[in-house]
Ligand binder design. Structure first.
Ligand code: DON
Length: 579
């Protein structure tokens, strides 16, 4: 363990696969990044990466160790996750990166997928003229033009400091030589045995002789290694032109998808202005549209700021009630207004203003639930898994990077590009289903987020950075569809209002409300049955969920200034790596 590093809390005994994994790591102990394996909290002064897989956190920490900055480490981690965390790590999907520089300035990168040029608002309708959930969510038409490689290349070009090839190289090696499969990954893949049979390239990539891999086996992905090598050698063009683009377009044509080589050639990631807000003296920097995340987060924080949240007590009926009422209103506005800002006029300034929050607060009653009216415009049903991934990076100079990226559903469209070895997203499912189509269960038919050529679909991803008095406080984010925004909200409230330790702020149980359906979904153990009865007595319908989010975060210890890496204990493979 390095001189500036210590474990914050005792680890549980290391499970066998982790022990093997570390043993298999052929680097002299003195040179290897320090890892916390399986959820342990790690402290370091010299840089930190927290991600969903040990090898990916290690790749990021190696980039820091080699002198790279946080953007370099974020690129290395992202490519490594595309190999080791195939459910959500990706080069065939998209996402967002929020950067805070040591001088306190900030920026964001939007590498969200785009609709192909042939897209139109009625494209998810079947031959009988009916809306088809299958077309919308699980077909070649569900695939958006991927953005991840363009996003990493642009962020690196503008703010990276290390050589690009060296940042992609660890991912090439993990794909070519293979990496050790964790128990969690083995189980996740085994669950898809039947589902993947209809997708031969995917089945061949993730099963051996038709049988599931076991924990401890090595997964080699030769085609993916070749694709990553092209990206290593040619950067953006290694994906959007040449062999990779040809293979992707050929698979689209074969499967009835619409993405062409022209769509790929035209794709560009965009640097945008972050959404900024304040909460009780803390500065919040988060993602701008086409994510709804930052806007809804700041809107809800502004509403809560006018209440004495600390006095309510964490996870009390009163706390839960005020959270739900802030969520109800923010998610209604999300449905009404949020979409790709290149296509819709999104009133971010008004939605994130303190004045608007004052208005909203005036409509919240102290002990009585509000009403969600589908007639206002209906929301989509709760279909939020955890298959997106968030990772956090801070370097020794204080640059912080918060990345959330995804394939949408777990393993995206299930379509692997034959010969190129990477899974394609099913992100088109994040567009509204069909103009005017609203339902009590809640499909949305509002205009702003309809599929149009080149438009980006609305997201909830909320990579966020918290600061105070010019100093970094935390790097936060999570998977989980619309629950993401509420997960990040509650971590911020836990830190600011309840003064929780980093580990508690992440581990603490969460709740989710998204306006429609009008149900407060509480994580098991969120509150006692007596408190839940008190919440119900205010008029809230309550449901329970097993898990909300996987927030791999980094905090700065206010006393010592040390970086505290907190992998969410909800995820068995989450790993903090420092150097
Ligand atoms: O962009 C979004 O908000 C979603 N595509 C994220 C999906 C996710 O977190 C996993 N849940 N299905």
């Amino acid at each position: 363990m390095g001189p500036h590093m210590k474990l914050r809390q005792p680890f549980p005994p290391m499970p066998l696969p982790a022990a093997l994994l570390l043993a298999a790591c052929n680097v002299p102990a003195a040179a290897a990044p320090e890892l916390s394996v399986f959820g342990g909290v790690l402290e370091s002064r010299d840089g930190m990466v927290v991600s969903a897989y040990p090898d990916a956190s290690r790749a990021g920490a190696e980039a820091l160790r080699a002198g790279g900055n946080a953007v370099d480490a974020a690129v290395a981690t992202g490519f490594a996750l595309a190999v080791t965390h195939p459910a959500a790590g990706n080069i065939g999907g998209g996402g967002f990166m929020v950067i805070r520089f040591p001088d306190g300035s900030s920026t964001v990168f939007d590498f969200r997928e785009k609709a192909p040029l042939k897209a139109h608002p009625e494209m998810f309708v079947d031959e009988n003229g009916e809306y088809s959930s299958r077309i919308h969510h699980r077909s070649h038409l569900a695939v958006g033009v991927p953005g991840t490689v363009a996003g990493f290349a642009l962020a690196h070009e503008k703010y990276g400091s290390a050589e690009w090839a060296g940042l992609v190289a660890p991912a090439v090696a993990l794909a070519r030589a293979g990496f050790e499969i964790s128990e969690r990954l083995a189980a996740s893949l085994a669950r898809r045995l039947d589902a993947f049979r209809d997708y031969p390239a995917t089945f061949a990539q993730f099963f051996r002789d038709g049988e599931p891999y076991r924990a401890g086996d090595t997964l080699v992905q030769a085609d993916l290694a070749a694709t990553l090598a092209r990206i290593r050698d040619r950067g953006h063009d290694g994906f959007y032109a040449g062999e990779t683009a040809r293979l992707l377009a050929a698979e689209m044509e074969r499967g009835g998808g619409w993405i062409t080589e022209e769509d790929l050639a035209r794709y560009r990631a965009v640097e945008r202005e972050p959404v900024r807000g304040t909460y009780r003296g803390y500065d919040v920097v988060s993602m701008a549209p086409p994510s709804s995340g930052g806007t809804a987060l700041v809107q809800m924080l502004n509403v809560l700021e006018g209440f004495d949240v600390a006095a309510m007590g964490a996870n009390s009926p009163s706390h839960a009630h005020h959270l739900v009422e802030a969520m109800r209103r923010a998610f209604r506005d999300r449905a009404l207004f949020l979409a790709d800002p290149d296509f819709a006029d999104v009133p971010v300034e008004r939605l994130t203003s303190k004045a608007y929050a004052d208005e909203i607060r005036g409509t919240i009653r102290a002990e009585a639930a509000g009403v969600s009216r589908p007639a206002d415009v209906a929301g989509r049903p709760g279909r939020d898994g955890t298959e997106t991934t968030h990772y956090s990076v801070v370097d020794a100079g204080g640059m912080a990077v918060s990345v959330t990226y995804t394939l949408e559903g777990g393993y995206g469209s299930y379509v692997t590009v034959p010969g190129a070895g990477f899974l394609l997203n099913n992100e088109m499912g994040d567009f509204n289903a069909r103009p005017g189509l609203t339902s009590e269960r809640g499909l949305i038919g509002t205009e702003p987020n309809l599929a149009r050529p080149g438009q980006r679909m609305l997201s909830s991803m909320t990579p966020t950075i918290l600061a105070r008095d010019g100093e970094l406080v935390a790097v936060v984010g999570s998977p989980g569809g619309r629950t993401i925004i509420n997960t990040v909200l509650q971590i911020v409230v836990n830190v600011v209002d309840f003064r929780m330790s980093p580990a508690d702020a992440v581990a603490s149980k969460r709740l989710h409300h998204q306006w429609l359906p009008d149900v407060a979904r509480l994580e098991d153990g969120y509150m006692s049955e007596t408190d839940a009865a008190a919440l119900a007595a205010m008029g809230h319908e309550i449901a329970w969920s097993t898990r909300q989010g996987i927030a791999h975060c980094i905090f700065v210890d206010a006393g010592t200034g040390a970086l505290v890496g907190v992998p969410d204990p909800r995820d068995g493979d989450g790993t903090a790596a420092g150097h």
